[in-house]
Design a protein around this ligand. Structure first.
Ligand SMILES: NC(=O)c1ccc[n+]([C@@H]2O[C@H](COP(=O)([O-])OP(=O)(O)OC[C@H]3O[C@@H](n4cnc5c(N)ncnc54)[C@H](O)[C@@H]3O)[C@@H](O)[C@H]2O)c1
Length: 475
């Protein structure tokens, strides 16, 4: 089915939609080359498109445009492409798009497009009536060729990661699971009772079987994985669809990564943590008794379906836990994302994490920034026998990270109001030193130079780290 990691992101849309501007921004954010087809073609023609139109006519130009677009799409190194406004009129271009790209329609109001395009040297933007008529003619062609419609760079970044975002998407799950093979639906037991019937209905005839995992972290065990491996009836053409929070998407993704040496999976996160964090970025895994997430795989979902309407049934405690990751994301992004209303907050946070993970899918470097506060959080969770919620632990961890960064902790206090926890300092310190992200026993932390400027792999003296850990513990 093709991982989004291996596909181009192709921006299509009418002239004046902002494909060049948004394309350049998306490429920078996800760490890929940007190819602006109009500029490539002008370089190849050695003249401007406007002059070529006059010299050779539109038909000759369309042929050159289609050939150049197909050739760029066939380059296996995934890039961000801005296609010329007429390129999708070519069947050959549409075929290559379907095979090799996530095709994103950059939506624009025709009035805005006209304002932006008129008066320049665009040959088809000289006369208002003709411009609007062309818009009406092209619009259905774009909609047909596009898999997703984007309003801005965040939408396009999400699409680049294979993430579809929108209220009500659960109802369209059947068509959103790529391919046409059988589907095994893997669910959180509680979510199964709330949204399971809708998911099954949406999957229709593709649904081969529905499976429920045990509740909470017990789903992330070797025993639960073994039961699921054994229960699956899929062959390699099948797809696992995971419906639930991180305790469902983590193990379901891991089982997908390992079943028959790897089959595709689709994540449908139903918690705030899932929608802004756990279901994004391809990290899957299960726990061992000695450490959380100790066994796993990088296995990027072929699609992630984020339906913010599913959060309406989420208990308040879980929402609060998710807000800790939202605050972390806002601190990393340098923007008060926690102040946004919920659907927008989810969209922006999900896009931020998607971009970081696309830049570093296997966590060789900057993706480690996402561990801001988590070294402390994991230590407190381990020392507390995992009774402490992950959200509370992350909130405390953020306090420590901000203090060690010499920054104000106000936002964490105001939005998350974390309370010190009653755990043993010695146990927490031992757990912190065991954290798998430590190189050769030396604690390496993520700190902030300032909000929006994370620094990874910071080494500090043990005393300083231990003192901050101690401040998180109730006396
Ligand atoms: N893979 C990653 O990159 C990554 C990132 C962050 C966290 N995680 C993992 O995620 C896990 C935590 O995930 P979580 O916080 O989503 O917990 P969770 O999956 O246990 O869900 C929390 C609770 O909410 C309930 N629930 C879920 N959706 C609901 C809904 N829509 N309505 C009503 N109830 C609902 C569940 O039944 C459960 O009781 C941890 O194991 C953590 O390690 C993974």
């Amino acid at each position: 089915l093709g991982s989004p990691l291996e596909k181009h992101v192709a921006l299509i849309g009418f002239m004046g939609a902002g494909k060049s501007t948004v394309g350049a921004e998306v490429a920078k954010r996800i760490g890929r080359r940007f190819v602006d087809l109009d500029r490539e073609i002008e370089a190849a023609l050695n003249t401007s498109i406007a002059s070529y139109f006059v010299e050779a006519g539109e038909e000759a130009f369309r042929k050159r445009e289609a050939a150049a677009t197909v050739s760029v799409l066939r380059d296996p190194r995934p890039a961000v492409l801005a296609l010329g406004g007429g390129a999708v009129a070519s069947g050959a271009v549409r075929d290559e798009l379907a095979r090799r790209a996530v095709t994103v329609l950059l939506d624009v109001d025709p009035e805005v497009a006209w304002e932006r395009s008129q008066g320049g040297d665009r040959p088809l933007a000289r006369q208002r009536g003709a411009f609007f008529a062309l818009y009406d003619q092209r619009e259905p062609v774009y909609r047909n060729a596009a898999e997703v419609v984007a309003r801005d760079a965040d939408d396009a970044v999400l699409a680049a990661g294979g993430t579809w975002f929108g209220a009500g998407l659960l109802e369209r799950l059947g068509e959103l699971v790529p391919g046409d093979g059988a589907v095994a639906l893997v669910m959180d037991p509680q979510v199964a009772g709330i949204h399971g019937a809708d998911a099954q209905l949406a999957l229709g005839a593709r649904l081969a079987a529905a499976h429920e995992l045990p509740a909470g972290e017990t789903a992330k065990t070797v025993a639960a994985s073994e039961r699921l491996w054994s229960a699956l009836s899929l062959d390699r053409g099948g797809t696992i669809v995971a419906l639930g929070g991180g305790c469902t998407t983590d193990p379901a993704g891991f089982v997908a990564a390992t079943y028959m040496r790897g089959i595709p999976w689709v994540a449908v996160p139903t918690t705030l943590i899932g929608q802004v964090d756990a279901a994004i970025g391809g990290k899957t895994g299960i726990d061992l008794p000695r450490a959380k997430n100790h066994v796993g795989a990088f296995h990027w979902p072929v699609r992630t379906v984020i339906d913010p309407a599913l959060l309406q049934t989420l208990p308040e405690r879980e929402r609060k836990a998710g807000m800790a990751e939202v605050v972390k994301t806002g601190l990393l992004a340098g923007e008060p994302l926690w102040e946004l209303p919920e659907p927008e907050l989810v969209r922006r946070c999900a896009a931020f994490k998607t971009a970081v993970c696309l830049r570093d899918p296997h966590e060789h470097g900057e993706r480690r920034m996402l561990n801001l506060g988590h070294t402390f959080a994991h230590a407190l969770e381990a020392a507390g026998g995992y009774e402490l919620s992950h959200g509370e632990a992350v909130a405390l961890g953020l306090l420590a990270a901000l203090r060690l960064s010499g920054l104000s902790t106000d936002v964490v206090e105001e939005v998350l109001a974390p309370q010190p926890v009653r755990v043993s300092l010695e146990r927490a310190w031992a757990a912190l030193r065991l954290d798998k992200k430590f190189a050769a026993g030396r604690p390496r932390l993520v700190l902030l130079e300032e909000p929006g400027r994370p620094v990874v792999d910071v080494e500090l003296p043990d005393d300083a780290i231990r003192a901050e850990l101690d401040r998180l513990i109730a006396k």
